[in-house]
Design a protein around this ligand. Structure first.
Ligand code: NAD
Ligand code: MG
Length: 400
């Protein structure tokens, strides 16, 4: 068996930690080229000592310095690099076969794009990269011959339910697939009275009933913007219009998504909610390997329920559809405004119930432009952040 050289972008996050757990189960199969993080020195130090990557990147220069000192004291051989350019370098490194793109948010775009341009196997968890610039990322994948495999559990499920040999980024809707059912748990506030939404705290929003995730995606799950971003992600990955995708609430998070075919067949992928399943699937594809996930017991799992999400409870979802319809830079604007609003909520500068209003006002304030260059996307991202920041300030004044 050939050894796969791998870089994990965002190794200290929830997906990064799960990826290392899966890889450590097959040491003969994988060699770690690089691990990267923003500034969590303590966790990166532990990871370097346990997994011995060739390179560790800390985006924050002070964190890099402190990691360098601490690894040298421990006699570790890992080379430490600093700064955002180093992320793209370890993604495009010629020795690397596969890149796990697991940085959260827009910060993941450039290194993910670098991996795609270099023709790597790209394991895509960083959905924000596709939402910001699906056209550019897909184009890079097609031109370089990279292999794009979805890590997001729903998209990984859909990929597994598509005909064998289906390639993401192929500009052809999979033959005979008439509907994609994208499942959503509904997050922690599925049944919470709407009139109590204004008092929601960050810790309540981050306490997801089924999944243990980073704080940004946890808030996105609570507003259901996560599902909105996933609808956009699915349109790019599977070359389908939004009308093919239907979001369905499924509180148990056992059926990870489904594809309905012309002949009446519906194929679903089921499993316990644990990201190590899609991670192991994409790492081993087209083979299968052990992931450490508890097998699903059909006899004890209980009822599986499906229902339609309430529009009034989850306004963020319709904002995503609106941006998708506008096309061009509108989805980058949506993503940037959402990141600003979520950060403000996590810092207790914005009420949970105001997150959609910040995004909506930002979309209203900006013209949509075509996504014909990275500069255009980055300019829209920057401007949207400024506007969303002002909106957060305005809403704060209204509250106080
Ligand atoms: P997380 O917050 O736990 O980890 C984020 C990682 O990104 C960390 O390693 C952090 O150091 C790094 N990072 C943060 N800001 C950075 C910056 N400015 N520059 C460089 N690196 C930076 O997030 P997560 O839950 O692991 O999610 C990662 C991505 O995977 C997100 O795009 C998320 O939407 C997606 N995803 C996550 C899950 C999940 O179960 N956690 C499921 C599906 C998709
Ligand atoms: Mg998901």
């Amino acid at each position: 068996m050939n050894t796969t050289h791998i870089t994990i972008l965002g190794s200290t996050g929830s997906i990064g930690v799960s990826t290392l757990d899966v890889i450590a189960r097959q040491p003969e199969r994988f060699r770690l080229h690089a691990l990267t993080a923003h500034r969590n020195v303590e966790r990166m130090r532990e990871q370097c000592l346990a997994h011995r990557p060739e390179v560790a990147v800390m985006v924050d220069p002070q964190a890099a310095e402190s990691l360098r000192t601490s690894l040298a004291a421990a006699g570790a051989v890992t080379e430490v690099r600093a700064g955002p350019e180093a992320l793209a370098d370890v993604a495009r490194e010629p020795r690397v076969d596969a890149v796990m793109a697991a940085i959260v948010g827009a910060a993941g775009l450039l290194p993910t794009l670098a991996a795609a341009e270099a023709g790597k196997r790209v394991l895509l968890a960083n959905k924000e990269a596709l939402v910001m610039s699906g056209a550019l990322l897909m184009d890079a994948v097609r031109r370089s011959g990279a292999c794009l495999l979805p890590i997001d559990s729903e998209h990984n499920a859909i990929f597994q339910c598509l005909p064998n040999g289906y390639v993401c980024a192929e500009p052809v809707t999979p033959h005979g697939a008439r509907r994609i059912w994208l499942t959503a748990s509904g997050g922690p506030f599925r049944d919470r009275p709407l009139d109590s939404f204004v008092g929601i705290t960050p810790d309540e929003a981050c306490a997801h009933p089924n999944w243990d995730m980073g704080r940004k995606i946890s808030v996105d799950s609570a507003t259901m913007m996560n599902k909105g971003l996933e609808v956009i992600e699915a349109c790019w990955l599977f070359a389908v219009p939004a009308s093919v995708i239907q979001v369905v609430l499924h509180p148990q998070s056992i059926v990870h998504s489904m594809v309905a075919y012309d002949d009446g067949s519906v194929l679903a992928q089921l499993g316990n909610p644990d990201m190590r399943t899609p991670i192991a699937h994409a790492l081993a594809w087209p083979e299968r390997m052990e992931s450490g996930v508890e097998p699903l017991d059909l006899l004890t799992m209980g009822k599986l329920e499906f229902s339609e999400p309430e529009a009034a409870r989850f306004p963020a979802l319709s904002l995503a559809y609106r941006a998708l319809e506008q096309g061009g830079t509108a989805t980058a604007v949506l993503n940037a405004a959402n990141e600003v609003a979520v950060e403000a909520f996590l810092d207790e500068r914005l009420a949970f119930s105001k997150i959609p209003a910040v995004i909506s006002a930002t979309l209203d304030a900006m013209e949509t432009e075509p996504v014909d260059s990275l500069d255009r996307v980055l300019a829209a991202d920057r401007r949207a952040r400024e506007i969303a920041g002002e909106e957060v300030g305005n809403m704060r004044q209204v509250v106080s």
